[in-house]
Write a protein that binds this ligand. Structure first.
Ligand code: CO
Ligand code: ZN
Length: 328
């Protein structure tokens, strides 16, 4: 699974430009589902099983990025964020534009060196010396560059939000026998811009149960705000985030299954942020929806960190949930 995760995080696909990651995922799953299609917005919908409950499992394949807003006369590229890129994580980082151009994010040397500069004061230096020579134009999009770094049982990479959810979904497809449920694995587009892909795919699938797969913030760093979630203590069962309450019946089903299979889990109340699960929950006449999250440090930075044990346990739990008939 480490190889798969590396392949997924080494691919550059900011929101709206998911072609590269879609090709990687399609190649991985072509033998793992009975029916695979790509819809008009670019979501991959892969179906496994013919009978029982219609379950939608969604992991987003896009990643946060930057978009060029202005090129100055010296060829520096000014930008704004696509998704929630945070200016405190940006200076010094490397980016890669969709057209392959590499750049480094610069910020001015100012007297108050410890003050975070707003995003409109930052720029990408692509090595150009004039606007005419700059290989980037307004509207070009970029994603972070960061190698996949193993640190014992932990992994640091870019775009673990949500390529790690994508990896969990693919590995679950591999382990899941065509079972008692009709499971639709959705690799969604444009989550970071407001769960656009999940909105349309959930409408089309019309599921009876939804599960969102994403990352969630930990509270295990030195001066973190008080939160329970920790790396390595198990995947998180979502109870609430800033835009939805996860269905209590789904929470109970997930917790009961974890207990029976002796899989460690944590409960998560996410204060800032939401996921594709919200889009599934409010589609059509409403769908009981849960969320499974991989604890992650430094979300939306170029160096996101996860623990492999949590990933393995998430695959085990998701496989157990989908392998038996579901009665909520
Ligand atoms: Co995100
Ligand atoms: Zn995410």
């Amino acid at each position: 699974m480490k190889k798969l995760i590396q392949k997924l995080t080494d691919t550059y696909s900011p929101s709206g430009y998911e072609e590269a990651i879609r090709d990687v995922i399609l190649a991985e799953i072509k033998e793992l589902a009975e029916d695979i299609r790509v819809d008009a917005l670019g979501n991959i919908i892969a179906k496994k099983g013919k009978h029982g409950k219609r379950v939608m499992v969604a992991a987003h394949m896009d990643e946060i990025g930057l978009i060029a807003t202005h090129i100055d006369e010296s060829g520096f590229v000014y930008f704004t964020s696509v998704g929630g890129s945070n200016p405190r994580y940006l200076p010094g980082g490397h980016v890669r534009f969709v057209n392959g151009v590499l750049g480094v994010i610069g910020s001015e040397r100012i007297s108050k060196a410890n003050v975070v500069q707003p995003i409109d004061k930052l720029f990408v230096d692509v090595g150009a010396t004039s606007a005419a020579e700059c290989p980037v134009q307004v509207g070009d999009m970029a994603a972070f560059v960061h190698p996949n770094v193993q640190m014992g049982g932990r992994l640091v990479a870019k775009s673990l939000d949500d390529r790690i959810g994508v990896a969990v979904a693919i590995e679950t497809m591999r382990r899941l026998k065509s079972g008692p449920n009709e499971v639709f694995f959705v690799f969604s587009v444009q989550e970071e811009l407001g769960t656009r892909g999940a909105i349309v795919s959930a409408y089309g699938i019309d599921p009876e149960i939804g599960i969102g797969l994403d990352v969630s913030h930990t509270g295990d760093t030195p001066n973190s705000i008080r939160r329970e979630l920790a790396l390595g203590a198990g995947p998180a069962i979502m109870v609430k985030d800033s835009r939805m309450l996860y269905d209590p019946k789904v929470v109970a089903w997930m917790e009961g299954t974890a207990k029976k299979a002796k899989i460690p889990v944590q409960r998560e109340v996410l204060v800032g942020g939401s996921t594709d699960a919200r889009a599934i929950q409010v589609t059509r006449l409403g769908v009981p929806t849960g969320g499974l999250a991989i604890p992650c440090r430094y979300i939306h930075s170029p160096s996101e960190m996860i623990d492999y044990e949590d990933v393995e346990n998430a695959v085990k739990l998701l496989t157990a949930l989908l392998s038996a008939p579901i009665e909520l």
